[in-house]
Design a protein around this ligand. Structure first.
Ligand SMILES: O=C(O)CCC(=O)C(=O)O
Length: 236
């Protein structure tokens, strides 16, 4: 499923050759783990897997999107004026089949993000490991631009429903795992191809996904006009 009028946006990344950056911190690991424990307590009964717009629902997430180190690096990457376009909290419960297919955060049927003016972040609320479903990325995959995508056949309601067309949903020979401790974060070019596996441990794996944009980053198709949550700058 790729649509007429979409732009490929092939080319270099503001995050360099790899198209991603790790080694960032959004909170102390002990505070992140305490937060994870309360999220688990709140959602254990329903086994909620995805909470959309977490930054509008939870005060801790509204703080997380503006955590100083993360926001500074986002501003260095896309400029001083920054808004949140979207967040979702993803909980991988033990024993659930919940892989996320290879996908690119900056393209969907509603819009495309200009990769020079947008960046995606993934914040580890619990530790994220290769066995509980940390991200796997394909370094440099941003450079070829946006690809066509398909709707995931199962689980489409709960998470990322769009996978890169023609890509098998499993490890890739160029894939690199990004394990993170609770409280750490990574940034990804909006075109970087990434995925995650199901959680095969006995504890929950929790991550917060954020799409940050600068003014003019969003090309929307049709009448969709995203509601932005400005964090800095006066151009909104
Ligand atoms: O949390 C996950 O496992 C997947 C998140 C993701 O794919 C994303 O950040 O776009």
């Amino acid at each position: 499923m790729s649509r007429a009028g979409e732009i490929s946006y092939a080319g270099p990344s503001p995050l360099g050759e790899s198209g991603y950056r790790t080694g960032l911190t959004w909170n102390t690991s002990s505070r992140a783990r305490a937060r994870a424990a309360s999220i688990v307590a709140e959602h254990r009964t329903e086994r909620t897997e995805v909470v959309r717009d977490a930054h509008l629902r939870f005060e801790w997430a509204a703080h997380a999107v503006r955590s100083p180190e993360l926001l500074t690096v986002v501003q260095e990457t896309i400029g001083e004026s920054v808004a949140v376009e979207n967040t979702f909290l993803m909980i991988k419960w033990p024993g659930r089949d919940f892989p996320v297919p290879w996908h690119q955060d900056g393209t969907n049927p509603r819009m495309q993000l200009d990769p020079a003016r947008s960046v995606a972040a993934w914040l580890a609320v619990t530790d994220a490991t290769t066995v509980n479903g940390c991200l796997q990325v394909i370094p440099g995959s941003h450079a070829a631009g946006y690809h066509g995508y398909r709707r995931e056949e199962s689980g489409a309601k709960r998470g990322k429903a769009l996978g890169v067309q023609g890509m098998f949903n499993g490890p890739h020979d160029r894939g690199v795992w990004l394990p993170l401790d609770a409280g750490q974060a990574c940034l990804m070019d909006a075109r970087l191809i990434h995925r995650s596996d199901s959680n095969s441990t006995v504890g929950a794996r929790i991550g917060l996904n954020i799409r940050y944009v600068a003014p003019g980053a969003i090309r929307s198709s049709g009448s969709h006009s995203p509601s932005l949550y400005p964090l800095s700058g006066s151009d909104w």
